[in-house]
Design a protein around this ligand. Structure first.
Ligand SMILES: *Cc1c(COP(=O)(O)O)cnc(C)c1O
Length: 367
């Protein structure tokens, strides 16, 4: 090979590090010959696939020789009824990560700046840098987004701001007053992406609903996913809600069949499955109590979280603890790539999974 193909890369792509996903169960089983593995690494729904989804999928399978409905009529109609968002304000994606990328591709050039917080979701730098836009990272406050710092970072070049509420991996959140006071300060030609991947889990009265804020802020884009509380991470389906003009832009860069037919059917079905959603939320609440009580007992500090995960401060190199937990058959998520080398992120599982994780942590930390 005499050509240096790296030199051919687009400027923004040269400096990119690929997203590191949670370790798959099968991979650990293969590597260590383990059978009984608990995965609490990717904020997946521990309830498993909803029965309503399994039923919808049997229908979808017999149509797999056809292209999906490129406009996602059925799902958009359901979303419209449920959240009072017009179909021409919805963009469907192959997971909400896909939608985040569509937003970036529709708007960003190398002349633009993108603001996000320290410890924000790593997909934001990925999509912004790939397009050569300049990332402006504001320091976190108590591990969460410092909205004052973010507002102060806005200048003539700012095109896009990413905010996750609650944030992953920290689990921190912004209340209604803080968020709306921030949005009031953002110029209308700066687009704010509010990533609400975990919103269904939050039951605080002061927690904002981004979809309800859309009529008030024309520059607001809200993204949501079926990967977490709806239990469809493996199917890849999410969406953005925004004004019709922005939505038109996102759909110009969207591949026509980016949301597959099975995912469309499954999402439509589970959106009507209030029982599954309620169980997801209550299992998460109980699991959060169990896990944090266990961490308290172990004397471990953690960042208060309203998501389906919690970031534990081990006050030592977390990489070694992560490896030792793997040997115990427990997969959690290292977050050193977020600049948090002493933390591990643990997803909330079923009661027995949380117990397994706590017991493994106790064993590993006392070794
Ligand atoms: C999990 C997650 C998503 C959702 O990703 P999908 O592509 O929809 O699976 C989006 N944003 C954040 C912050 C997340 O943690």
């Amino acid at each position: 090979m005499s050509c240096d193909f790296l030199a051919l890369a687009a400027a923004g792509v040269k400096g990119l590090t690929p997203y590191q996903p949670g370790k798959p169960v099968e991979e650990l089983q293969r590597e260590l010959g383990l059978i009984d593995v608990v995965k609490l690494a990717s904020n997946e729904n521990p309830l498993g696939v909803a029965d309503s989804v399994k039923q919808a999928l049997t229908q979808g399978v017999s149509e797999l020789h056809r292209y999906p409905d490129a406009n996602g009529f059925e799902l958009k109609t359901k979303l419209q009824r449920r959240f009072a968002i017009e179909a021409n304000c919805l963009t469907l994606g192959n997971g909400s990560n896909d939608v985040l990328e569509l937003i970036a591709r529709a708007l960003l050039t190398p002349a633009d700046e993108v603001i996000y917080s320290q410890y924000a979701f790593l997909v934001y730098p990925l999509v912004a840098q790939a397009l050569g836009a300049k990332a402006v990272v504001t320091p976190a406050k108590d591990w969460g987004h410092d909205l004052q710092a973010m507002a102060a970072a806005i200048n003539e070049q700012t095109k896009l701001i990413f905010i996750a509420n609650p944030n992953n991996p920290t689990g921190t959140w912004l209340d209604y007053t803080a968020l709306t006071e921030f949005l009031d300060q953002v110029p209308e030609d700066v687009v704010v992406v509010l990533d609400e991947a975990y919103t269904e889990y939050v039951e605080r009265a002061d927690f904002p609903n981004g979809l309800a804020l859309l009529p008030r802020y024309s520059n607001l884009v809200v993204t949501r996913t079926f990967s977490k509380a709806y239990g469809l991470a493996g199917l890849r389906i999410g969406y953005a809600a925004a004004n019709a003009q922005l939505t038109d832009l996102f759909n110009r860069v969207r591949q026509p069949f980016n949301a597959n037919q099975c995912a469309l059917h499954a999402a439509s079905a589970v959106l009507d499955d209030q029982d599954y959603l309620q169980r997801s939320v209550s299992v998460n609440q109980q699991g959060m109590q169990q896990l944090t009580a266990g961490l308290d007992q172990l004397g471990l500090a953690y960042i208060p979280s309203v998501g389906n995960f919690v970031c534990v401060n081990l006050a030592r190199d977390a990489g070694a603890v992560y490896q030792a937990l793997l040997a115990e058959g427990v997969i959690v998520r290292p977050v050193a790539n977020y600049g948090m080398p002493q933390h591990l992120r643990i997803s909330i599982g079923l009661a027995e999974e949380n117990s397994r994780c706590l017991a493994a942590l106790k064993k590993v930390l006392s070794a």
